[in-house]
Write a protein that binds this ligand. Structure first.
Ligand SMILES: Cc1ncc(COP(=O)(O)O)c(C=O)c1O
Ligand SMILES: [Zn+2]
Length: 372
């Protein structure tokens, strides 16, 4: 993969593209894919537009038809929050029911091309289900580590796609540590959706689809953020499109967190926040107390002039129920958090009445416990 290298997000050093380089060997920070001058974008297109991808041949890619998710107007939401145009991009219509499939498809395509036969992943549920499905399809053995208290439907989904599941007691961080110990002891590949630079190459397709849509790029994109895979990937896509002259503006990117686990929102507000400040939240997908790509998320908030908002569980449940009963959109609590965040953004005047806002509905409601 000579056309691709991995660039450290902190020190800027370049490294060879490899599934074994999940953090910069020089400083330990996450790495991103960088395309060399000889890169041929012509091989890959998305939404009719050339897109740089880290694997070579389209025919080798591991796909289940992910992406190209519908965008629907949510007029009841628009009235409720006082904005004229609000759209929802239904990411739960991806093959395993969450946006993670965008990232997994590319990560697994690279793994297959590099001859990887066995991977380790840790997940609160959705990424685990996605990796389990795509690994099985690619003929790759997957070990998925998940918290013992993850929603039953997600644990079942991970199992039924065929991954070897490892259930870990304790906080979410204990699951990550168990996965790291496991891959290091056995010399396996760590296909972490939080760290893999290839995963972000998949989530960037979100931006390509918006750019190609008749309405074009919205003024605001609202995303529930744990580690920021969709948030960072979407921004990367917008930057590529801008550099290629295919769009002339980028949206404000807003990162929504739960107030029980809000490292990004706190840092954005300039307030101290540590692991000890964590409280339980029903938004399990964004319950990430120490996101390794936090600085990247903060940099994007600043570059796009977006906001980071923390919302409480009461408002998350309210929005989850309201989205189902008023809009026919049954999303999981993590995804409902984005609508609770939209309401606050509008209330605080960060989104004006005439602006067009788009909310990513990241995961399907049946994956989680029903709202109380
Ligand atoms: C439904 C859903 N939405 C949003 C997120 C947040 O994704 P990220 O941690 O990449 O920001 C997750 C992560 O698990 C999720 O499952
Ligand atoms: Zn570095």
């Amino acid at each position: 993969m000579s056309h691709v290298s991995l660039k450290c997000t902190a020190c800027g050093n370049l490294h060879d593209s490899s599934m074994d380089t999940i953090q910069c060997p020089d400083c330990g920070e996450p790495v991103d894919v960088r395309y060399g001058p000889n890169h041929q974008t012509g091989d890959h297109t998305w939404a009719g537009v050339p897109i740089p991808m880290p694997y070579h041949q389209t025919g080798q890619s591991v796909t289940l038809g992910e992406g190209n998710t519908p965008v629907v107007a949510v007029n009841w939401v628009a009235g409720e929050v006082g904005i004229q145009n609000v759209d929802a991009k239904l990411e739960y219509m991806n093959p395993t029911g969450s946006f993670k499939d965008r990232g997994t498809a590319v990560m697994m395509s690279v793994a297959k091309e590099l001859g990887v036969t066995e991977v380790v992943e840790d997940s609160s549920g959705n990424a685990g289900a996605s990796v389990s499905a795509y690994a099985g399809r690619a003929g790759i053995i997957a070990h998925v580590f998940a918290p013992a208290n993850a929603p039953e439907a997600k644990l079942q989904q991970i199992k039924v796609y065929g991954a070897q599941t490892h259930s870990i007691e304790g906080p979410r961080e204990a699951t990550t540590q168990a996965a790291i110990d496991y891959y290091q002891q056995r010399g396996l590949v760590y296909a972490s959706h939080n760290l893999s630079p290839y995963f972000l190459e998949g989530t960037k397709t979100f931006a390509y689809e918006l750019a190609a849509s008749p309405a074009g790029v919205p003024d605001h994109v609202i995303i529930p953020v744990g580690n920021g895979a969709l948030f960072i990937g979407a921004w990367k896509g917008f930057q590529e499109l801008l550099a290629a002259g295919r769009i002339d503006k980028t949206p404000k990117m807003h990162a929504i967190q739960a107030d029980g686990v809000m490292p990004v929102a706190a840092a954005f507000a300039g307030k101290p926040w540590t692991l000890e400040d964590s409280r339980p939240t029903i938004a399990g997908g964004i319950s990430v107390a120490t996101p390794p790509r936090k600085q990247q998320v903060l940099d994007i908030l600043s570059a796009s002039r977006g906001q980071s908002i923390a919302v409480d569980d009461t408002s998350i449940v309210w929005w989850q129920k309201a989205m189902a009963s008023k809009e026919g959109i049954y999303c999981e609590p993590t995804s409902a958090a984005a609508f609770a965040g939209l309401q606050i953004l509008a209330e605080h005047g960060h989104i004006s009445r005439e602006d067009r806002a788009l909310v990513a509905v990241t995961g399907f409601g049946l994956k989680d416990a029903p709202p109380a």
